[in-house]
Write a protein of this length. Structure first.
Length: 173
C-alpha cells in the first residue's frame, strides 16, 4: 500500500486481481480500480501529486497513473521483475527494484522512460530514499544485506549486512 503525499488516497495493490484499489480516505470507500498487470507489488506517488507509479512483478512493467483522475497514462517495460518503487523528493526520478534482476532501474518521470540501471545485491525488493534524495537503501533478500546507492553517481557505494533475508527498507528523518 502507499498513501498519497496529501493523504487523500491510498493505493492498495491486489496480487490476486492484478489491480490497484484507489481508496478515498475522506469517505473510506474505493473510488476506482485500475488494472495494472500481474502481481502488483508496490506504489509510489510523485511529491507534486501529478502521477503515481505501480510495479507489476509478473507483468514486468511499471504503470504510470495520471492524477487526480486516476487514469493509466503509460505502461513502461522494465527488465526483471519490478518489485519496490520510490520517488525522489524532487519528483524527477523514480527508482524500481527488480527482484531476481539484481538491479535498481532509474526512470525519468518527465518521459517515463528508463534512463539507467544500477547493480545491487541478490533479489532486491524494498527500497527507501533519504529526504535529501542523495541516498537509496535497497533490501537484498538472499544476500542478507542492504545496498547503499549514491543517486548522483547512480552507483552502489556500499553494502551493510542486515540479518536474514531483509525484505523492506524505511528511512526515518
Amino acid at each position: 500500500m502507499a498513501a498519497s503525499p496529501d493523504g487523500r488516497w491510498v493505493y492498495v495493490t491486489c496480487e490476486g486481481t492484478g489491480a490497484v484499489e484507489v481508496v478515498n480516505t475522506a469517505t473510506g470507500k474505493i473510488d476506482k480500480e485500475l488494472a495494472v498487470g500481474g502481481r502488483p507489488r508496490a506504489a509510489a506517488f510523485l511529491p507534486d501529486m501529478s502521477k503515481a507509479y505501480v510495479t507489476s512483478e509478473t507483468g514486468g512493467t511499471v504503470t504510470v497513473v495520471s492524477l487526480p483522475a486516476h487514469t493509466i497514462a503509460k505502461t513502461t517495460k522494465i527488465e526483471g521483475r519490478p518489485m519496490g518503487v520510490v520517488a525522489a523528493p524532487d519528483g524527477k526520478t523514480i527508482y524500481v527494484t527488480t527482484g531476481r534482476g539484481a538491479t535498481v532501474v532509474v526512470v525519468d518521470t518527465a518521459k517515463d522512460e528508463v534512463v539507467a540501471t544500477i547493480a545491487v545485491g541478490e533479489r532486491p525488493w524494498g527500497i527507501a530514499i533519504t529526504p535529501d534524495g542523495r541516498t537509496l537503501y535497497v533490501a537484498n533478500g538472499p544476500s542478507d544485506d542492504v545496498s547503499i546507492i549514491d543517486t548522483a553517481l547512480r552507483k552502489e557505494s556500499g553494502r551493510v549486512k542486515a540479518g536474514s533475508r531483509p525484505w523492506g527498507a524505511v528511512v526515518v528523518p
